[in-house]
Structures are given as C-alpha cells and as structure tokens.
Design a protein around this ligand. Sequence first.
Ligand SMILES: *Cc1c(COP(=O)(O)O)cnc(C)c1O
Length: 221
Amino acid sequence: MEILNEHINNVLQQLPANVTLVAVTKTRPVEILRQAYNLGLRDFGENRVQEMIEKQPVLPSDINWHQIGHLQTNKVKYIAPYVRLVHSVDSLRLLDEINRQALKNDRVIDCLLQVYIAKEESKFGLDETELWEVLNSMEYKSMTNIRICGLMGMASFSDDLALVRHEFSGLKQLFDQLKSAFFAESPEFSVLSMGMSGDYHLAIEEGSTMVRIGTALFGER
Ligand SMILES: *Cc1c(COP(=O)(O)O)cnc(C)c1O
C-alpha cells in the first residue's frame, strides 16, 4: 500500500492537470484494485472483457471502467451496462454493436477510435483511410447511442525515441484534422489516449490527454 501510494503520487506529479490517468489493472487481483481505489484512483483500464466482468461487481460502483484492449463484437453486451469508455474501437461493425447494446441499456457509450500508428506489425487499429471511411459512413451518422470522444493509439515498442515521438505527433495531427472536419461543434471530442509506462512523458509532450499506465503503478506483470 505504501509503495503503491508512492508510485501513484510519483506518476500523478508528472501529469499536467488536463491529463487523465487510467490505471491499467489487467492481471492484477481485485485486492490491488481496491487498494488503488482507496488511494483515490477511479479510472481503471482492463484489456480483457472476462477480467472486467469478474472485477466490476465486487468493487465500488463509482469506478470508471475503461476497455483498452481489443473488443470482440460478441462480448460487447457484457460490459455495455457500465463501461465508461471504450478505447479500442477498430471497426464500423464493432461500433454498430456498441451502439446496439447501448440502446438496449438505454445509455450512450463513449468511444475512442483506435488508430494504427506503430511501425511494427499490429493486428488492431484503423488506418487513416479507414478512419475517414467510418466517419463518413451513413451507418455511423445514424448511430444515436454512441459518442466518439477522440482517438487512441499505441506507439511502437521501441527505444527509438524519435520514432515514438513521430508516431505520437502524427496521431495528434490526425486528431486535430478530424476535430475540424467532423467534430468542430462537438466539445466531447477532446480525448487523445496515448502513452503507457514507458512512453507517457513523450506522449504528453505531443498532446496526450489520457495516459494508460500499468507497470509504473503496480510493477511488472
Ligand atoms: C497493458 C496496456 C497498457 C499499459 O502498459 P504498461 O506498460 O504496463 O503501462 C496500456 N495500454 C494498453 C492497450 C495495454 O494493453
């Protein structure tokens, strides 16, 4: 608890006031999440639905649950009643299912579009062309129960800081372009989720407003 408190304070001290900390709690037992909660954290990120649905019912109801990992369409229904933000929307089909499940639950679900920015092979995320296609589609325009609040991206897992910075700044540029093209009248389009334990300083310098941090808070997984 002491150590965790130190780590939390250490990270929080390095975040500007406009940057939200999402504590990435994947693989951590509920007891650790409870400690983090008692130390004041409210935003928790999980990358597997199965873990989120095991933890959510036994923890306080004012936790903001963030789905940060790849989300399968057939799993959306399990988290739709409470998920606060889905960071990992990577297809129109997924967005459509989130909209459908949000409607069933009589709520609006906030989403980020995950953009593929890394140089290395990654299975998930939209490329720039796909991003424009989604936002221009009739399907998207007819969705009443989702809100696109911004973008998420993961930089290359690399020691090449110039490369990582370049990827983050590219995502920020894209964010600004989409903001003026599609969301000029939508103040909710304000979230740029980028930065993890190893690269969040760079991400913040390049315009991140939300960092997803696990290891720097809870230690190696
Ligand atoms: C695991 C994970 C993180 C956190 O990684 P750390 O290096 O432990 O901070 C952030 N984002 C996503 C999508 C993850 O899966």
